[in-house]
Ligand binder design. Structure first.
Ligand SMILES: [Zn+2]
Length: 118
């Protein structure tokens, strides 16, 4: 897998700056090293959403006792298109929803990720 910093360098810089502006510094710190997993399978041509694996690993208690769950989303302001970050209950990045960003979609396409349906 490739990290956001390597696979989507321009988008990475934009997103980090926007997260910082919104005070989401913990999330901003995870963006560059998060690994791009797979693209959203909705099949919408405007959708460039993708799931990520945070570089912050869970410990045994977090993983086996607490368990990871979807916690909430933040819509990111000041970016072209629509960008929403989804976080788990440990505040780790799970998914980045990206709409109306052909530049991001094209770059993701060139990475040949698995998981894209249609
Ligand atoms: Zn989608």
């Amino acid at each position: 897998m490739v990290t956001i910093g390597v696979g989507l360098p321009a988008f990475c810089a934009e997103l980090e700056a926007a997260l910082e502006r919104q005070g989401l510094t913990d999330v901003a710190a995870q963006v560059r090293s998060a690994q791009i997993q797979s693209r959203c399978s909705c099949g919408e041509s405007d959708c460039a959403s993708f799931t990520v694996q945070s570089s912050r690993a869970l410990n045994v208690v977090e993983r086996n006792v607490i368990g990871e769950r979807y916690r909430g989303s933040h819509e990111i302001e000041g970016l072209e298109g629509l960008v929403v970050v989804d976080l788990d209950n440990f505040g780790r990045l799970m998914q980045i929803e990206v709409l109306y960003r052909p530049d991001v979609a094209d770059t993701l396409e060139s990475l040949h990720l698995a998981g894209r349906a249609g």
